[in-house]
Design a protein around this ligand. Structure first.
Ligand SMILES: *Cc1c(COP(=O)(O)O)cnc(C)c1O
Length: 432
């Protein structure tokens, strides 16, 4: 595999951009090697600067559920661009996307658009604090809610990969109001609630975790959170930045049948452009400025080009719910294929899967929380990642990430992924 141009770009980037990347998860620090610079992508494939092709199993960390450069999304963007890329005043598409989201996600009666998932979760916590008049909130170890100060405590994903659970620059005062509990542990929640009576405004959770690898909620976990929030008058916030419009048209809350008070979105909602959103009941959302006293704003929020992309992808998903069956089926073909390979080779690694999200963990333990996710063997994952990359399969460069399957991955790509997996695991095993 030629990587001369990628390497040259990375050398330049390192002198100009911290670590040579604009988001730490793109670095290859924990898997070894240098990041690959992409020049274009179409459908199921990424193409790098040296013209290598890769089957994309990460899909921009979720947004590209219809594959890359989808023609309808492209057309909508081009159409919007012709009428200016920003008005700084309200536009028709903002109303249309709000109507559509409210129709797709029943717990939402009002919604506010922002520019990233990070903004959505920061705003949701401010709203929860302002609405309840309480300051503390509970988050789960290994869940990631963007890089807002208050969330950078045991934040999974990028920070787990890089081993900086508490970032310098986050004050003790800020993280003091962030309470932690292990994922899937209602007893721990009860302890935290008892110790902080009448001080907690919200519990924020990834209803299916994707930022410690793909970790599913136990049967009673989300319902248990819902019940406790009702008893203690705490807002339940589902961070559906990953799972929204990914696990079903109504997100994880529809699939799993638990209704949060507030929901945050990102990733798919922008169809590949930078968009986030948060929403909930009319009563709570009416607290946001200019209707209410809680301030939150954005110069480019509801940007017409971004709304055009988001609207197109959401309409497609709304009108074609069979897409969810299809991406789940494709994902199952991959995960059952990998399971078969593992048993043929006598390996006991763990696969978690739901809908079009999955992770292969290099551990023989069941992975149900951050603790068990961390039992994975980083060396083995690194070898697996590099082996797959050299065979043209692009995975997330970290064990603590979920993979995301798009609807343009066909049987040929599934076969290629399984063939590569079989070869790489065999090679890793022989070397040991
Ligand atoms: C990606 C992600 C975020 C942050 O979104 P950005 O757009 O990267 O700021 C927040 N929460 C979850 C669950 C995410 O997966």
């Amino acid at each position: 595999m030629k990587t001369r141009k990628s390497k040259a770009l990375f050398e330049r980037a390192k002198t100009l951009i911290p670590g040579g990347v604009n988001s730490p998860v793109r670095a290859f620090k924990t898997v070894g090697g240098d990041p690959i610079f992409m020049s274009r992508a179409k459908g199921a494939y990424l193409y790098d600067e040296d013209d290598n092709a890769y089957i994309d199993l990460i899909n921009s960390w979720g947004p590209m559920i219809l594959g890359h450069a989808n023609e309808e999304v492209e057309k909508a963007i081009f159409e919007a661009v012709k009428s200016s890329t920003s008005f700084g005043a309200p536009g028709r598409r903002e109303v249309e996307i709000a109507e559509l989201i409210i129709e797709m996600v029943p717990s939402i009666e009002k919604i506010r658009m922002v520019n990233s998932g990070t903004e959505a979760t920061m705003s949701a916590i401010r709203l929860a604090r302002g609405y309840t008049g309480k300051n503390k909130f509970i988050k789960f170890e290994g869940c990631y809610h963007g890089h807002g100060d208050a969330f950078l405590v045991a934040a999974g994903s990028g920070s787990a990969t890089l081993g900086v659970p508490d970032s310098p620059g986050v004050t003790k005062g800020t993280s003091r109001d962030t309470l932690l509990a292990p994922y899937n542990d209602l007893k721990a929640i009860d302890r935290v609630l008892a110790e902080n009576e009448n001080e907690i405004c919200a519990i924020i959770v990834e209803p299916v975790a994707g930022n410690m690898g793909c970790v599913l909620p136990n049967d009673d976990f989300l319902e248990g959170l819902r019940a406790r929030c009702d008893v203690h008058q705490i807002l339940l916030i589902f961070d559906e930045v990953m799972t929204g419009f990914r696990l079903s048209a109504g997100g994880a809350q529809e699939l799993l049948g638990v209704k949060p008070d507030l929901t945050t979105f990102g990733k798919i909602i922008g169809g590949g452009l930078p968009v986030g959103a948060y929403g909930g009941s009319r009563e709570i959302m009416n607290q946001i400025a200019p209707e209410g006293p809680i301030y939150q704003a954005g110069t480019l929020s509801g940007n017409p080009v971004a709304m055009a992309a988001g609207l197109t992808i959401l309409r497609k998903l709304h009108e074609h719910p069979e897409i969810y069956k299809q991406v789940e089926q494709t994902t199952r073909q991959i995960t059952t294929g990998i399971t078969r390979i593992l048993s043929r080779q006598g390996l006991r690694y763990t696969i978690n899967q739901i809908g079009s999200m999955y992770s292969l963990f290099f551990t023989d333990q069941e992975v149900t929380n951050f603790e068990t996710a961390k039992s994975t063997d980083a060396q083995l994952f690194g070898a697996y990642f590099r082996g797959m990359l050299s065979r043209g399969i692009y995975l997330a460069p970290s064990q603590f990430e979920s993979l995301f399957i798009s609807n343009v991955i066909q049987s040929a790509e599934v076969a290629a992924v399984l063939k590569a997996t079989e070869e790489v695991l065999l090679e890793m095993h022989e070397k040991k």
